[in-house]
Each structure stands twice: as structure tokens, then as C-alpha cells.
Design a protein around this ligand. Structure first.
Ligand SMILES: Cc1ncc(COP(=O)(O)O)c(C=O)c1O
Length: 337
């Protein structure tokens, strides 16, 4: 069965790991520093703090923002639940915004802003740009969730370097992995005194080991190629859609996922599974439903019900890409979308 996602691990990562093991410096030292500097240079960031996971990175940002009981945080419902849990842990109130295609709709965010809004979480889901240029002037902290969008270019900058804060995940499923791991950055100088606090009080608590970092360094060295491979696979799928007079219009993405709107997602998933391809829904559950928030998000629900996600990752072999492409072709020939 072709899995839905898989890390791209090569001989290089193994070699890099071996070097660290041979050096006997397994903990946070030279490779960790090298990885931090490499990410900062790649993304154009001034500061980056490693954490144990992406969720942990968000937790630290909310700590810096001093989120309190009754503060409101705007976020989409169409995202993984760990984000919501971090908000709820602080007794803050989640305010769910609608999505347009697969990412938050700026106009709806603007309508949901109140005097209590303490932060807006912008999720570049599936690697797709979530625009927030109209929100920049509002004096409300913007937190960019770049967990699925490491290396996404927005204009001449990288996602993660634009919002007041940003966070990243290096979980196994992500485009750039270290096994587990996360990071956050503080871009707005207004919060720089908190950076000092973070460094001084937490420096010895949150660390990334040389082992994890060595994998990250190897991945980052070839990261542009990883993204090209994703783009080339996407082009194959898009060409198949085109040959059926269909399209999948996503304006700016790194193709972390290849989401597609279909009329019957279960039928589509079963069809692919019968042919040895694991297709999944875009996200597993809607947060407002799962946590019983009484809010109407009709478009979000439509997207949730109709989205499927095709395997798209650099570790796919040509044979596997052909099987997925042929299955897509066969499905479209028979049923359309
Ligand atoms: C969009 C998004 N945000 C946050 C997270 C949390 O990252 P982690 O799994 O490293 O805690 C993930 C990963 O699952 C994610 O996909």
C-alpha cells in the first residue's frame, strides 16, 4: 500500500547521524547551532528558538503574549486539535473563522475581531499561503502557523518571517523533519524583552539534540530540491485533471498536501485504497464540532466533507507516482470529480 505520507530519508541523513554518534556529542551543541543558523539564513529570520514540538512552540508564544481568562483568539476550525487545546489550556476563548478554499478567510477574520481579540492564528495549511496582509495594520499580534509550510514564499519573503510570531514543526510527516521537534520565532521587536526572558529562564529546558539537528541540517541542505520534487508530482496530477477539463486552483503552495474537492470523499478514498493507494481526508475532524462550540461555519463544513488528500512527497518512487496518476485517471474517466 502506498502510504499517505513518508519522510524523505537518505544515506546523507544516516551519515550525518553517524558523524554525531562518532563525535560522542549527542546533546545540544555544534549541530544544533548549525541547524539554527541554517534555518535563520534560509528563512531570513533573526532569531529562532527550538522546542520539543510545534505545539510546544505555540505554547511558548501564547506564554509570551500572556494570554488570560476571557481573551479571544481567532483561528480556523479546519486544523489539528493541538492548536485549539493550547488556547483552551489558558482559559482563552477560541473564535472560529471561516475558510476560503482551505485556509482562513481574511474578511471573516476581520468580522470576528473584537476588543477582546488577543491574537490571530494564521495557518498556512497544506503548504498553502493564508493571506493576512490586510490584518497587519490592526495592532493585534499575528501568529503564523508554518508547521505545514516551511519554505513557502510570500512575495519576496518566507512565511514565518512576516507575522509578529511564527512557529514550525519538524514532525516525521512534515516537509523538513528531525523526527520530532519544533521552533518558534519572535519577529516583532515589541516582544524582544520577552525573548531575553525566554533565553535566560528556559535555555536549559528546551533543547534540540545534535542527533535531531544533524538530520535537519542534511534535509535543509537539499530542501529546495525536495520542494521541486513536490512541485513536479503536483504537475503530474494537475495535468491529469486538465486532460479531463478540470482544475485545482491553488495560487501559492509548497504542495505539502495535494488537496482536492470531490463529490463523494468516502467513495474516492475507497476506490484508491482498493488499488493500493492511501488517500486521506484533509483533516480528521472539525474543531468546533469536536469540542461542541455552537458556531455556524457552512463553508468550512463543506470543505471538510468534500476534501481528499492524495499522496505527494519526495520519497515516492516513479512507479508509485505512476500508480497514483493512473488511478486518478481511471477515477476521473469513470466518475469525474
Ligand atoms: C498545521 C499544524 N499546526 C501545528 C501542528 C503541531 O505540530 P507538532 O505535531 O510538532 O506538535 C501540526 C502538526 O501536526 C500542524 O500540522
Amino acid at each position: 500500500m502506498i502510504s499517505h505520507s513518508k519522510p524523505f530519508l537518505r544515506e546523507k541523513e544516516l551519515q550525518s547521524l553517524n558523524e554525531v554518534v562518532d563525535s560522542a556529542y549527542l546533546s545540544d551543541s555544534h549541530k544544533t547551532n548549525e541547524f539554527r543558523t541554517a534555518i535563520q539564513n534560509y528563512l531570513g529570520l533573526n532569531n529562532l528558538y527550538f522546542t520539543s514540538t510545534g505545539t510546544h512552540a505555540l505554547s511558548e508564544i501564547l506564554e509570551i503574549l500572556d494570554l488570560k481568562d476571557g481573551d479571544e483568539v481567532i483561528l480556523p476550525s479546519y486544523v489539528c486539535e493541538s492548536i485549539l487545546i493550547e488556547v483552551l489550556k489558558r482559559n482563552a476563548i477560541p473564535v472560529f473563522c471561516e475558510i476560503e478554499d482551505w485556509v482562513s478567510n481574511q474578511n471573516d477574520i476581520q468580522e470576528k475581531i473584537s476588543l477582546k481579540t488577543k491574537a490571530i492564528i494564521i495557518v498556512h495549511l497544506f503548504g498553502i499561503e493564508c493571506s493576512f496582509n490586510e490584518l497587519n495594520s490592526l495592532e493585534i499580534p499575528i501568529i503564523e502557523d508554518c508547521c505545514q509550510a516551511f519554505g513557502l514564499k510570500i512575495g519576496n519573503k518566507y512565511s514565518g518571517s512576516i507575522g509578529d510570531f511564527a512557529f514550525f514543526s519538524f514532525h516525521t510527516t512534515k516537509c523538513l523533519t528531525t523526527g520530532e521537534g519544533g521552533a518558534f520565532c519572535v519577529n516583532n521587536e515589541k516582544y524582544s524583552y520577552k525573548k531575553k526572558y525566554f533565553l535566560e529562564s528556559n535555555h536549559n529546558i528546551f533543547k534540540m539534540s545534535n542527533l535531531n539537528s544533524s538530520i535537519g541540517v542534511s534535509q535543509l541542505l537539499d530542501y529546495d530540491d525536495f520542494l521541486i520534487k513536490r512541485k513536479n508530482i503536483a504537475k503530474k496530477y494537475l495535468d491529469i485533471l486538465k486532460s479531463h477539463n478540470l482544475k485545482n486552483e491553488i495560487s501559492n503552495t509548497i504542495w505539502f498536501r495535494f488537496p482536492l474537492l470531490v463529490s463523494n470523499s468516502k467513495f474516492f478514498i475507497d476506490f484508491f485504497e482498493e488499488r493500493g493507494v492511501l488517500v486521506r481526508k484533509g483533516v480528521d475532524k472539525l474543531l468546533h464540532k469536536e469540542f461542541a462550540f455552537n458556531v455556524e461555519l457552512n463553508h468550512t463544513e463543506y470543505i471538510f466533507n468534500h476534501t481528499v488528500s492524495l499522496p505527494i512527497y519526495p520519497a515516492l518512487s516513479d512507479l508509485e507516482i505512476n500508480l497514483i496518476s493512473n488511478t486518478l485517471n481511471e477515477y476521473l474517466d469513470r466518475y469525474g470529480l
